[in-house]
Each structure stands twice: as C-alpha cells, then as structure tokens.
Design a binder for this molecule. Structure first.
Ligand SMILES: [Zn+2]
Length: 228
C-alpha cells in the first residue's frame, strides 16, 4: 500500500492551514477499464484518494480545486460555512471504501452549496458510483450512476464545452456508457447515435470514435437479443 501512495502537505484554500493529504503514484499497472471509464487496478483503488480533505476545517475537494484559485464567490460561501464551526476531518493514510464514500459525499455537498458546475458535480458523482462498484454495492452504484448521467446531461444543456478538458462528445459518450452499465439500452443507443452521426468525430478524437463504435456494436446486439 505504502508504495502506491505518499503523503504531502498542502495549504487548505479555505482556512489557509497546512494539512496532510494522500497522493497516488501514477503508472500503476491497469487490470481493466470499464465502458464508462472506471479503471481497475490490482488490489488498489485510486478513487479512494480523489478527494482531499482538510484536517482543520473539513473542506473537501479534488487536487485541482485544492491547488488552483477558487472563485471569490465560492470562497465567501465556504469560509462563512466552514470557518465558524471547524470540524476537521481526521487524517488517514489508508482509506476504506466507507471513508471514500463519506468524503465524496461531503465534497459533493460543497459543490452543491456553491452551485458549482454541473459537469464537476457529475464527475464526482460518477466516481462515487465507482467506489460503490468496487465495494459490490450495486444498489448505490446504480443510484449514483443515474444521478451522474442526469448531471452530465444538464451540463451539456447549460455549460460551454469543452469544460476542464472534457469535450461535449466525450460527455455524450459517458452518458451513453452509464446507461449501458444501467442496462438501459434504448437510452444508451439514443446517446451513442448522436455520435455515430457525427462525421467529424474520428478525425477529432480517434480513441473516442473507437469506443463509440465498440459500444454501439454491443448495444445493438443487446437490443436485438431483447427483441428475440
Ligand atoms: Zn482547511
């Protein structure tokens, strides 16, 4: 375990105190990648460590949020909330699925509190579903997958893509892949068909085009089988 993660100290963007956080090493050997982007590693789940938490004030967010400037409007809301009743999160070097679920839900609550981007809420919610997936909790996995799909869909309607490196095509694919995982093949096909009609996709993003083509084949097969 120790060789897959390491501890660093970072300044909390909310309370400005130093807090310990766990980083994961890159280049871990990949076991498999699910259709919706969830990557599995041997005996290790990096999604447990996506969200950093402050030991002093209880702020929780991903590394990028911790280390880049937070909009003033968000700072005002979060400081007003967190600095008055500092409830610090106990530092643990090795998180359990339960720890990860707690910290993801806390981070999502802050995104909702500041009305942060739907695409960001979608990403956190999707990764929370992956933690449940690895834990074998199918009921909660499906609940948060469905929520993530809705949030990505809202993001497509309301945000200007690309957002944080995510293109609109990639977001459409993710929604399709989530519906595939949920067994909602008609919905999966509806989203993927938007990309199948997009003649420019292969030249813009050949890897995504391959994924769309593969999953399109699978979902067409599943729909045919369902009609038999
Ligand atoms: Zn803090």
């Amino acid at each position: 375990m120790a060789e897959k993660t390491f501890v660093v100290e970072k300044t909390c963007p909310i309370c400005q105190e130093m807090t310990r956080v766990v980083k994961t090493r890159s280049r871990l050997p990949v076991l498999k990648r699910d259709e919706d982007g969830c990557v599995h590693y041997d005996d290790f789940n990096p999604y447990f460590y996506t969200v950093w938490a402050c030991e002093h004030c209880g702020f929780a967010a991903d590394e990028k949020t911790f280390t880049t400037k937070i909009p003033d409007r968000h700072l005002k809301i979060l400081r007003g909330d967190l600095l008055s009743n500092k409830f610090g999160i106990d530092f643990v070097e090795e998180r359990t699925a339960e720890d990860a679920i707690f910290i993801f839900k806390l981070a999502i609550s802050y995104l909702e509190e500041v009305e942060d981007k739907f695409s960001k809420q979608a990403k956190y919610t999707h990764q929370l579903a992956w933690v449940y997936r690895e834990a074998g909790d199918e009921v909660n996995e499906k609940k948060f997958l469905a929520k993530a799909a809705q949030l990505y869909d809202t993001a497509l309607a309301k945000e200007n893509f690309p957002v944080d490196g995510l293109t609109d095509s990639a977001a459409i694919y993710i929604i399709g892949a989530i519906y595939w995982r949920l067994g909602e093949y008609e919905k999966c096909a509806a989203y993927l068909s938007r990309l199948m009609k997009d003649d420019g996709l292969r030249s813009r993003d050949p890897r995504l085009a391959d994924r769309v083509r593969d999953l399109w084949g699978d979902v067409r097969g599943a729909l045919r089988d369902a009609k038999k």
